[in-house]
Design a protein around this ligand. Structure first.
Ligand code: FAD
Ligand code: MLT
Ligand code: ZN
Length: 484
């Protein structure tokens, strides 16, 4: 990635010495300090296999106290640190750029408490999202967020990226659902805002700063989160339609006719569907009679199946009568429900099997959302497969460009074109994945220099030596301006 060419190791950071390992072992014990090459390989490589670090040590603390002692030590020694959760991030934020210490939260995976009346869960940051969801299943609740990486991403990573996913439309973002956090700052100080209240307007809501901070302001160690009841009636319809204008009209119909039971409104184009069908052996096209340009997944979740089915049927009838939907099918059983969802959630993995992928996660006002895909298709011609999918109900497009291998010439055709296009349409260059290492320089396409300077001031307050996740989120040039 060309970001490596532009980024230099900051000489302010020390290099790991043997004495550091001795000190780390005093804090986390021998088993919590991993230094073998095979152990470090996974931690140094991101999910997309696009970003590679060269860290010499991975630490696995088991308590907040240990995280605090590690950071206090690293801060005094000026050793840079990358907090790492499930390492499923898609913007190169979770792996070292150079030789940063990897601080893995994976061994902090205990549930602290669950309030069954109010649906409030308190747990450690390293709990895997799917494990939490399975734990809640027995209690009649569910996690308010869901997406393809649930089997390996961690709640601390989700909060640090302010992850969105397929149910944001229904349950809102983590900014609304996270009720409290425990955070360890770079100097080892613990900020305890681990409250379990729905409403608390006493002073500034500091935890919000750490939601979506991608490990640059502090390390999330515990989480208090509101979880919705798990409702018994679930339906999903898989629809095809011929134009993006029709997709928007269907979204409008879905909102007004399905109302409170609408729980997801996802879209994918034909290229994305073909990609999953090609790489996922078991998947079948649910609408094989003809090929269409766009596909929609409309999910409802409610408490009374007859009521929900009636509403869904009326919605589908209206869409058919208006000629908005070309073809459609409603999942008849749990297996079909899962397989329809796999078609949408499997795109990411299918793309990674196909070859290289240039990923853009954009917020764009819905009427223009697909135009960037078409413009880029024209621009790249036969050089690449350009596709769009994503969370249409949230105005979030995943623009993906697939090529056999990474090629700087192709990248030069994509960037800054995509970022300029997004900025000129009042969009955001990161809707839900964050900026990480990939997009630190691109922040100015969505935030003014003044706002970036305010962010740099907060970074200075919480991490004055800049040891936490350097080279990520804010461009190093922005931080220089605030250095003491
Ligand atoms: P990591 O990848 O380990 O880390 C992500 C960032 O958070 C890094 O900057 C890291 O330093 C920081 N971090 C991690 N843990 C902590 C902590 N405890 N304290 C402080 N900082 C921390 N994202 C979406 O928003 N919506 C989707 O629909 C979605 N779908 C995905 C599907 C697939 C197949 C994949 C591979 C990824 C998807 N993602 C999605 C991206 C990714 O899963 C999310 O960003 C996820 O929230 C990252 O969690 P993680 O535990 O893997 O974090
Ligand atoms: C998704 O919605 O599928 C994820 O955000 C991952 C991706 O963008 O590929
Ligand atoms: Zn997504």
């Amino acid at each position: 990635d060309s970001r490596y060419v532009k980024t230099f190791r900051d000489p302010r950071y020390s290099t790991l010495e043997n004495e550091d390992l001795v000190e780390f072992k005093k804090i986390v014990g021998d088993t919590g300090v991993l230094t073998e090459a095979f152990e470090l390989e996974a931690a140094n490589t991101d999910w997309l296999k696009k970003y590679f670090g060269s860290s010499k040590v991975l630490l696995r603390p088991t308590s907040t106290q240990q995280v605090s002692e590690i950071l206090k030590y690293c801060n005094a020694r000026k050793l840079a640190v990358v907090p790492q959760g499930g390492n499923t991030g898609l913007v190169g934020g979770s792996v070292p750029v150079f030789d940063e210490v990897v601080l893995s939260l994976g061994a902090m995976n205990k549930i602290v408490l669950f309030d069954e009346l109010n649906g409030i869960l308190v747990c450690e940051a390293g709990c895997i999202l799917e494990n939490l969801d399975n734990y809640l299943l027995e209690k009649g609740y569910m996690m308010p967020l869901d997406f393809g990486a649930k089997g390996s991403c961690q709640i601390g990573g989700n909060i640090s990226t302010n992850a969105g996913g397929v149910h944001l439309l229904r349950y809102g973002s983590l900014r609304a659902n996270v009720l409290g956090l425990e955070i360890v700052l770079a100097n080892g100080e613990v900020i305890d805002s681990l409250r379990t209240l729905r409403k608390d307007n006493t002073g500034y809501d500091l935890k919000q700063l750490f939601i979506g901070a991608e490990g640059t302001l502090g390390v999330v160690t515990k989480v208090s989160i509101l979880t919705p009841p798990r409702l018994s009636s679930k339906n999903v319809a898989f629809l095809s339609c011929g134009s993006f204008v029709d997709c928007q009209k269907i979204l409008k119909e879905a909102k007004s006719r399905l109302g409170e039971i609408l729980s997801a409104f996802e879209f994918m184009d034909r290229h994305a569907l073909d990609m999953v069908l090609k790489h996922s052996g078991k998947s079948r096209d649910p609408l094989p009679a003809s090929k269409h340009t766009f596909y929609l997944l409309v999910e409802t979740t409610g408490s009374f199946q007859n009521h929900d089915r009636e509403k869904l049927d009326k919605f589908l009838e209206a869409c058919m009568e208006n000629g908005l939907v070309a073809d459609g099918v409603v999942a008849q059983d749990n297996q079909q429900f899962t397989s329809f969802w796999h078609l949408r959630e499997g795109v990411t993995e299918a793309l990674s099997k196909e070859g290289a992928v240039y990923k853009y996660d954009l917020s764009i006002p819905v009427p223009h959302l697909y135009s960037v895909v078409e413009d880029l298709q024209k621009r790249l011609g036969d050089l690449a497969i350009v596709m769009g999918y994503g969370h249409l109900g949230d105005g979030n497009l995943h623009l993906n460009i697939s090529t056999p291998q990474y090629d700087e010439k192709i990248l030069a055709l994509i960037e800054p074109f995509v970022y300029e296009w997004t900025a000129s349409h009042e969009g955001s260059v990161s809707a839900e994945h964050g900026l990480g290492f990939m997009k630190a320089d691109a922040i100015y396409y969505s935030k003014s220099p003044e706002l970036v300077q305010w962010m740099a001031k907060f970074k200075q307050i919480f991490d004055s030596n800049g040891i936490l996740n350097p080279y990520k989120v804010l461009p190093p040039s922005a931080l220089k301006e605030t250095s003491p």
